[in-house]
Design a protein around this ligand. Structure first.
Ligand code: PLP
Length: 437
């Protein structure tokens, strides 16, 4: 029987390609009708037909505090009364930049001296690459297979997220000479990194890497791998761009870089990109780095970057409110909730006899239908991905919303209380049984 979601999806497809404004939302890999969301509060979302779900998508990461946290909503409302967009600098932008520089440090390690605000993670990584090219005078970029850094031309080769879900090698519409500027190598492969620098000596501007891969499923960097990237890039006159769009301010109050540094793996990226949590659910992202690199951006330097809505006052208000509320206690709560769901997921699949792994990176985790947690994109792709669709739908029928792709991480929030977590735990055995068949 058709419900309001089906009607809306049919209508959407007549006016929007595939009925969605971002591909994975279309449920292509799990089938069925995407839920059109009408509202979200705390740990739950409600669809257009009035069905409520415990949410494990969290807007693909931003909702660290839970949906529509009252203090964040109030901050945005208050900002809105003062004007929606000025196209001029504001005091809030100074406060947010200062908060980011002060927060992203561990002991004497302080990788961020300057911050530029933009509107999306895609803009942040795109700008970071231009900056690295401007700083080094070199053209080539190294990225890792399965890593997703947004949808700019040079970054779609063997990318994760929707590119992985749709099983695309890249994207049509990217001119071959641009694609040729990106050298794709295997993740966690030290020899490949050394080889690419040896082969293209003096021509590589930067290595870009997700701080922990979470767009081909969750794949943690091997111990020491991120430091090895920093050392190898620096030894060859290139920069390290650490992409914390997904992990930043989510896995730790100062990001995955800081989590690693606090555990003894210290390294200094030259540029770090942030998105998602830093905007608290509003369109906002950031590029941060050393002053000598960042000051190459216009107007102080020759690398051009701009944006009508950059540093939008509503987005800045949401970001400031979110980061101020994201205390160590919040991270402890999210970590505990994530561990509880990850353990329950593992146990349910074990009980149902489904071959699986539950890879984790800080409080990020996901499910892999393979014997071992993958280290590379090839291993992530080699799983029995067909098991995810029945699993996903069984969870949804029991009122739990998962990401509609096996290649996406599950996101907990500080609003997932015992009741929400219990609802997830109760739904898992039937979903695991569905995955088994
Ligand atoms: N970088 C990473 C690691 C991401 O996970 C994403 C989005 O999922 C992006 C960049 C792109 O961010 P946005 O979707 O805001 O453009």
């Amino acid at each position: 029987m058709n419900d309001r979601n089906d009607d809306l999806f049919a209508a959407a497809r007549t006016v929007t390609p595939g009925g969605v404004n971002s591909p994975v939302r279309a449920y292509g890999s799990v089938g069925g009708t995407p839920r059109f969301l009408a509202s979200a509060k705390g740990a739950t979302v409600t669809d257009a037909a009035g069905n409520e779900y415990v949410d494990l998508v969290a807007s693909w990461g931003p909702a660290l505090l839970g949906h529509a946290h009252p203090d964040v909503v109030a901050a945005v409302q208050e900002a809105a009364t003062r004007g929606l967009s000025f196209g001029a600098p504001t005091e809030g932008e100074v406060q947010l930049a200062r908060l980011i520089t002060e927060r992203v440090r561990v002991g004497d390690l302080a990788p961020i001296e300057r911050v530029r605000l933009v509107s999306t993670g895609t803009e942040a990584t795109m700008t970071a690459i231009r900056l690295a090219r401007g700083a080094t005078g070199r053209d080539l970029l190294v990225k890792f297979a399965g890593h997703y850094h947004g949808h700019s031309d040079g970054l779609l080769a063997e990318a994760g997220s929707g590119v992985a879900t749709l099983a695309l090698p890249g994207s049509a519409g990217v001119p071959a000479p641009i694609a040729a500027q990106t050298l794709v190598i295997g993740y966690n492969d030290r020899a490949a990194l050394e080889a690419v620098f040896a082969e293209h000596a003096g021509r590589i501007a930067a290595v870009i890497v997700e701080a922990a891969a979470a767009n081909m499923g969750v794949v943690e960097p091997d111990p020491g791998f991120n430091r090895f990237i920093a050392d190898t890039a620096h030894a060859n006159g290139a920069l390290m761009i650490l992409d914390e769009v997904l992990t930043g301010f989510r896995v730790h109050h100062a990001g995955f870089w800081a989590l690693q540094a606090s555990l003894g793996e210290e390294y200094l990226p030259d540029i770090i990109t942030f998105g998602k949590v830093v905007g608290g659910g509003m369109p906002l992202a950031a590029i941060g780095g050393r002053a000598d690199v960042m000051d190459l951006l216009a107007p102080t330097g020759p690398v051009y970057q701009a944006g009508t809505l950059s540093g939008n006052p509503l987005s800045v208000a949401a970001g400031l409110a979110t980061l101020r509320l994201a205390t160590p206690a919040v991270y402890a709560r999210v970590d505990a909730a994530a561990a509880r769901v990850a353990d329950a997921l593992d146990a349910a699949l074990t009980d149902a006899g489904v071959v699986h792994a539950v890879p984790r990176a800080g409080n990020l985790f996901g499910v892999v239908f393979a014997e071992k947690a993958p280290h590379t994109y090839a291993e992530a792709q080699a799983q029995e991905a067909f098991r995810y669709a029945p699993f996903f739908h069984a969870m949804r029928e029991q009122g739990v919303a998962l990401p509609p792709s096996v290649f996406e991480a599950w996101f907990l929030t500080a609003a997932h209380d015992d009741e929400a977590l219990t609802r997830i735990e109760r739904a898992l055995p039937a979903a695991a049984a569905a995955a088994a068949s």
